[in-house]
Ligand binder design. Structure first.
Ligand code: 5GP
Length: 114
């Protein structure tokens, strides 16, 4: 086991969470502190600490995360657009050491990000 973090506990079913998506590779659920009207987290079931730890064998996982993001964006009616964010490690603002993609929508977003 890499770390005992909250997303690992969600994957293991130790923290009851309403899932928006659940398949063999990934889970999706709402962020507990939403930063937009729609704020969903898409995480791999495999323990991957951060984006920098991905390897070629993880490509199906990354592909699935993007497929799920696109499907949920459609399901939640994010027609005007949405933002996908992966914070990598402490310098990138990552606070939970289990790879995750943020799907944000329902408002407009500025650039550059903070
Ligand atoms: P990061 O800053 O690591 O990119 O994003 C971690 C995200 O996880 C944050 O947006 C935070 O609100 C969310 N989060 C932290 N703990 C929990 C939790 O127990 N449940 C849910 N649903 N989201 C969480």
């Amino acid at each position: 086991m890499l770390t005992d973090n909250v997303f690992k506990k969600i994957v293991d079913g130790q923290i009851p969470t309403t899932l928006l998506h659940d398949d063999d590779l990934v889970l999706a659920f709402k962020d507990i502190h939403p930063q937009a009207k729609i704020h969903i987290l898409i995480i791999p079931k495999k323990e991957i600490r951060t984006h920098a730890d991905l390897t070629a064998e993880d490509l199906p996982i990354i592909a699935r995360m993007h497929q799920v993001a696109q499907k949920l964006a459609n399901d939640f009616g994010l027609k005007p657009g949405y933002r996908l964010v992966i914070n990598c490690d402490r310098g990138g603002g990552q606070t939970v050491p289990h790879l995750h993609m943020h799907l944000l929508g329902g408002r407009s977003f500025g650039w550059p990000p903070g």
